[in-house]
Design a protein. Structure first.
Length: 336
């Protein structure tokens, strides 16, 4: 896994990149908010949660007295940049309302009926909160993906929790939502793709054309959320291990649920896929048709919805080709 955080386009330092190495500990997750573009959070495995307030020049550990050392997901609320959520191993979710200074654990998550079945296959005696997705339409609504076993929710700010529903995926890796589409969410999971139109009450699984169904990262277009990009592979070894990697990028357009079009594999769009390429981490840009993707082969951007990608001019040491990226955040992107 990745051990560095790269900052691209740092106007404060007039440098194309700034780098922080987390002392050999694996970087698990990364998040930043639009309203505080110099602030970001990085979760690591076994060295806790870190925050920068100067666009990556310096990082400080936060929550050491409250949060376990293995932080597996982090999210900034779209409603208030001072509200931050951290998911951990073993599975728990913490909230900060003061930009990471103090933290409170949400009770009741591990008391859900399905919790006895939660298990992470490489370490079957444990499990973790792989993804936390705040609902942009409701500040009290959170989705939490437990790897592996359940996609659960709270609709009252963590006071109570709703267990997985029968149509939800069991191995959620990432999710996305859209501010103009209340009730909708999109999921990339180890057991396939899914989407909801009713706030997670029910889920559909449009899979036509999706030949690789170990899904990792999903994003939707800022201007047209019926355009979806998805990274996937045939299984975990081909997704995450650079030595055996074989991953692909898919796009779907033209509708929702089973009414939309089939998935299209983007093999000739200018971004490397296939043999030797680990699954991409994706992020939505601020403009219509803009997406970013990072793999072990570099950082790429498309401005036309995935028709063509350009590699960004970022220093990419040979060592990075043997690593697997863990997170990608787009903050304050200028129109291009």
């Amino acid at each position: 896994m990745a051990e560095d955080v790269l900052v691209v386009g740092d106007a404060e330092t007039e440098s194309p990149t700034a780098r922080r190495t987390f002392e050999g500990h694996e970087v698990e997750c990364l998040a930043a908010g639009d309203d505080a573009p110099a602030r970001a959070f990085c979760g690591t495995f076994e060295s806790g949660l870190h925050r920068t307030d100067d666009a990556g020049e310096t990082w400080d550990r936060v929550g050491a007295d409250a949060i376990p050392e293995s932080v597996t997901s982090v999210a900034v609320s779209p409603h208030d940049p001072a509200v931050v959520y951290a998911g951990t191993e073993p599975s728990a979710v913490f909230e900060s309302t003061d930009a990471g200074e103090t933290w409170t654990e949400f009770d009741g998550l591990a008391d859900l009926p399905s919790a006895s079945e939660w298990s992470f296959p490489p370490r079957p005696d444990t499990h973790h909160a792989r993804w936390v997705e705040p609902d942009p339409a409701d500040p009290d609504h959170l989705y939490v993906g437990v790897e592996a076993g359940a996609l659960v929710q709270t609709r009252d700010g963590g006071e109570t929790w709703e267990d997985r529903v029968p149509s939800a995926r069991r191995d959620t890796h990432s999710m996305t939502t859209h501010g103009d589409e209340p009730g909708r969410a999109w999921v990339a999971a180890g057991d396939g793709y899914a989407e909801t139109r009713d706030g997670g009450e029910t889920w559909t699984h449009p899979q036509a054309g999706l030949d690789h169904r170990y899904c990792w990262s999903v994003v939707v277009d800022e201007a047209d959320p019926s355009r979806i990009l998805l990274s996937s592979a045939s299984g975990p070894r081909s997704a995450h291990n650079p030595a055996s990697a074989e991953s692909y990028l898919y796009r779907r357009e033209g509708g929702t649920g089973d009414d939309g079009g089939a998935w299209e594999r983007l093999d000739d769009a200018g971004i490397p896929t296939g043999s030797g390429v680990v699954r991409a981490v994706l992020a939505r840009g601020r403009d219509a048709g803009a997406f970013y993707a990072v793999t072990n082969r570099g950082l790429y951007r498309t401005a036309d919805g995935g028709d063509s990608f350009d590699r960004l001019d970022v220093p990419w040491p040979d060592a990075y080709e043997g690593q697997t990226p863990s997170g990608l955040a787009v903050v304050g992107e200028a129109n291009r």
